[in-house]
Design a protein around this ligand. Structure first.
Ligand code: CMC
Length: 436
């Protein structure tokens, strides 16, 4: 086994080096503070491995993504989303018997308790689907306290996967004032979701195979992405032995931000702004290069990928396929492709290795499928659920897991005396509480 040496204040310390199955190297500093009194400082954790994991492998330099060793391209070409969920959570693809039972459980558990449906009537119309989804997933532990029972973990898992789809579809129906549509046992996961979103009591609704395939693929490309912000949130919250539903509710909140899953909505906002501005995409590329503009090209760049995100390659191809099959034209597609062309040739983006990420084309695809923009991040969450669950389960089963509790380097005031009220001066910053 190789080792790494650290010299601190002239004293040498040796640490073990561990190597993963894909030859990724890590210096194991578990005993660093105990032996040296020092800690490491790594804002944003860009150099920190928080765990060992056998779920997903990413090589960001060459653009590789594999779930349990299987390339994302092969899964998108041949698998169905429920079997990918099973693969991520249980570590292997289900055989035909296991798959049939898994699909049956996913449908049986997708119905909601009537009092849970009442919740939907009490959210205001302004409620974002991510706020509803996060709240409803947290609420599951109120309806199913047996989530605390480790012996029932498989039931808790399938319940969450099945009901989250219903929550997402119901939140949409609520927002447009239509009655909820119940799931059907003879439909696939993707077809059921589309039906629950778009069927109305007035008309016969037949699920388009083009849309069903596209949704299946979208869910698969989002299914896991190792230790990203929301997945690390699941592990962080779950490390305190918080239950599955509370941990995943926290992850949904983490995903919502525009630097993470919220980027798919932000991309469409950006493309629409460019469209309204006469399609002047060069102006926006120039603006993204100016640090003081506060503007970034949404859907571009990634902490791990320093090459084309393989998920963006798959989705870009699917955009052409779906739009062609549906006979839809979308001016935002041309803007997106032009933006990509010019950014990929621009020194600023080339030097920083900024490529389109998964969110660059997913929004265009959702739009073509008739999914409203406010639902985009909730769609990402539905796809990411099996990944979050797999990581929560792996962490809980790993004997090396400890409560997540990073340290800090304190740079605040040294010991300071308390100032009595009458001697305090007005401070430079005044909080603003006005509503404008
Ligand atoms: N547009 C313009 N400049 C950018 C962009 C961008 N989209 N992304 C990064 N940069 C620049 C950044 O200004 C910095 O420049 P410099 O080195 O001169 O200071 C350099 O590239 C490195 O950026 P960073 O912010 O240090 O990189 P990070 O790893 O901390 O952030 C990111 C990664 C994804 C948050 C960032 O690239 C970003 O804000 N992208 C836009 C939002 C987005 O598309 N998010 C979805 C991510 S993929 C889906 C998911 O996993 O959720």
């Amino acid at each position: 086994m190789s080792t790494a040496k650290l010299i601190l204040d002239g004293k040498e310390h040796e640490f073990p080096v561990i190597v993963g199955t894909e030859q990724e190297t890590a210096i194991d500093i578990t005993t660093l503070r105990q032996r040296t009194g020092a800690i490491t400082l790594d804002p944003g954790y860009a150099n920190t491995g928080s765990c060992v994991s056998s779920i997903t492998f990413i090589d960001g330099e060459t653009g590789i993504l594999r779930y349990r060793g299987i390339p994302i391209e092969d899964l998108c070409a041949s698998a169905k989303f429920p079997e990918v969920c099973y693969l991520l959570i249980y570590g292997h693809l289900p055989n035909s018997e296991e798959g049939a039972e898994w699909r049956r459980q996913l449908t049986l558990n997708s119905f909601l308790h009537q009092s849970m449906i009442n919740f939907f009537d009490h959210f205001p119309v302004t409620a974002h689907p991510m706020a509803i989804l996060s709240a409803m997933v947290a609420t599951l532990s109120a309806f199913y306290p047996d989530v605390m029972d480790d012996k029932k973990i498989d039931l808790s898992i399938v319940r969450l996967l099945a009901k989250a789809k219903t929550f997402a579809a119901y939140s949409f129906k609520k927002s447009i004032g239509e009655p909820a549509v119940y799931p059907r046992t003879d439909h696939s996961y993707a077809a059921n979701f589309l039906r629950m979103m778009f069927a109305t009591p007035a008309e016969f609704y037949e699920v388009s195979p083009v849309l069903e395939n596209a949704l299946n693929m979208l869910l698969i490309v989002h299914a896991d992405h190792e230790q990203n912000c929301s997945t690390s949130t699941v592990r962080m919250v779950g490390s305190s032995l918080s239950n599955l539903y509370s941990s995943i509710s926290a992850a949904i909140s983490a995903l919502w931000g525009p630097l993470h899953g919220g980027a798919n909505e932000a991309v469409i906002n950006m493309l629409q702004a460019i469209h309204r501005d006469g399609g002047n995409y060069r102006k926006y590329v120039d603006m993204a290069k100016k640090k003081d503009s506060g503007f970034r090209l949404m859907g571009f760049g990634h902490r791990v990928y320093k090459n084309y995100d393989p998920r963006a390659t798959i989705l870009k191809r699917e955009v052409d396929l779906v739009l062609g099959a549906l006979g839809v034209t979308d001016p935002l597609v041309d803007i997106a492709k032009n933006l990509e062309d010019i950014a990929l040739k621009d020194d600023f983006f080339v030097e920083r290795k900024l490529y389109p990420n998964v969110d660059f084309y997913s929004g265009i695809l959702y739009r073509a499928m008739g999914i409203p923009m406010e639902m985009f991040t909730a769609m990402f969450a539905l796809g990411r659920l099996p990944g979050w669950i797999a990581h929560w389960k792996e962490m809980r089963e790993d004997p090396a897991t400890r409560i997540h509790r990073p340290r800090q380097v304190y740079v605040g005031p040294n010991k300071t005396a308390f100032t009595p009220l009458e001697k305090r001066e007005r401070s430079a910053y005044q909080p603003k509480f006005t509503k404008e």
